[in-house]
Design a protein around this ligand. Sequence first.
Ligand code: JCF
Length: 668
Amino acid sequence: MDLFKDRILKLRRLIEEANHNYYVLDNPTISDAEYDKLMRELRDLEQQYPELITADSPTQRVGAEPLKEFGTVTHRIPLLSLDNAMNEGELIEFVERVCKAFPGEAVEFVAEPKIDGLAVELVYEDGIFVNGSTRGDGFTGEDISQNLKTIRSIPLKLKTDQIPAPKLLEVRGEVYMDRRDFEKLNEQQLAEGKQPFANPRNSAAGSLRQLDSRITASRPLNIWCYALGACEGISFETHYEFLQTLPKWGFRVNPEIRLCQSKHELLDYYRNIEEKRDQISYDIDGVVFKVNSIAKQEKLGIKSRSPRWAIAGKFKARQEITRILDIEASVGRTGAITPVAHLQPVSVGGVTVSNATLHNQDEIDRKDIRIGDWVVIQRAGDVIPQVVKVITERRDGSEKPYKIPDRCPVCGGHVVRPEGEAKHRCQNIDCPAQLKGSIRHFVSKRAMDIDGLGDKLIEQMVDTGLVQSVADIYYLTSEQLAGLERMAEKSAQNILDSIEKSRRATLARFIFALGIRNVGEHMSKLLQRHFGSLEKFMSASFAELEEIEGVGPIVAQSVTDFLAEEKNRETIERLIRGCVVIEAADKKSYGSPPLSGKTFVFTGTLTRFTRDKAKEMVENLGGRAASSVSKKTDFVVVGENAGSKAEKARSLGIPMLSENAFLELINK
Ligand code: JCF
């Protein structure tokens, strides 16, 4: 028993050390696999000896049964709020007011970024986390202990290798979510048909206020600790000394925090952090300045709800109200269409904004955005301004709903929204918005393999209008090429030679070169095998495509959409007239496929290869892998414990192969 107990304690120590290194120090020391192994062992041991489970065990971070409601916690010392300074002038006033209270003395300040998250309080007794709560009204908050325990950067037990744990310690901090994690979470929410969060702060708040802490556990929350509540058994002379002690106990403290000696240093800090705002991976809405000396803090005291010794220097707002003048469909380099709102220009945080992305049609519908609407727009991080919401109260009935057009605004090609995708797409391979990308792919090594047509050249040929379609490549003359910048006669001839060489291509290469969505090299080979000729491929229907082994509905739809585009059919025809010769099959890589026309069924437990691998091997040699045995089956490969399929093969007299015999057969 003691042996197990020791092991459990050791495992807990190792795991919490790994957590601390990863989540607090951002410096992982063991692999995910090692971590999982330790966790598994601990979980197993605790399952065997449930009486040894303690609240500070890392296994208790995964969340627990949902609560009916949160309990309340009365803060021993109220959580104060901060007075705001809206500009540099007000910051200077604050500093001067503070300094006047200490004539002839130097006053030091601590400067920190102000995190746009949720204030929480963590309570530790004798080094053990006993509860955690929200700020609430400042006097009482909600008991969200279960939820806070799921945040890996919050210690469940204080580290005591550098200083001992005090009898009582209350640490305050801000729980937040990184912008990137917030965006990922929102994508996930949308994919699951749930409402996305408006911003990282709401997302952190929503995650922290879950009655089911297992949901909280699945959310990427984090914390920066910044203030002391009640405390017994230790005291600090300065705020900075406290902040430097926190990491020794295992708390996460913001690395941007600085000690400032003068008004100038404070103003520099304020300007500097505002400038860096976009590079910081989480949202901040200002800076906080605090008088460093605790004795001076006490002397200054508090007003009704906020201390006289601290202030929040706010940044310029990132949200503004303006009007949508028009909505336009903008076509990206891959043909993806993004609706963009043209706004009445407005200054947002010092930058004039006249466009905002509306992302896609679903977003427009969800937010019910209409042309003429008054909207709240926001600039966040480096991203393009977004519409937060419509101010429906300001509608006068003249607003017009918007639908993405069914013709591409750039080329007039058909616009299709592929099944399961958020974005509409222009289907035209030669759409000027996509042409450079289409050509780059078309000439690439594994497609038509035209040597010497690099990005610079493609750029020039498209920009000068020499090439307006991938088909134009096969109509280029040496005079036209020689007319391009920095094009020697010799290199022009080289390019013409490689174009010439590429004229003979397999159907698979040709299909791949067309750049049909979801149709890669492998899929192109499957299509070549099935259709054999370009004519047959071009008359493929959705139903026929979907019947092909290895072709699913998504690929079938992509091909159908592509071939439905009249402009694409014209381009293919022009390519053929431009003397692209489709060979039946690539002699080098296919020969005449040895398993051509043969159907294999695999059954039982395979030990030499996986089912997918087996299928791939068969298909690479021109055969087919089917899932059920019929008269049309040529071979049945039987693994261990084969059942009814082997039975059926025997009754139909179909040859049966062991895995080894199969490998021998295909290696011949
Ligand atoms: O980062 C913050 N949001 C933040 C809020 C930082 C602080 O140092 C604070 C605060 C609210 C109150 N300090 C106090 C006293």
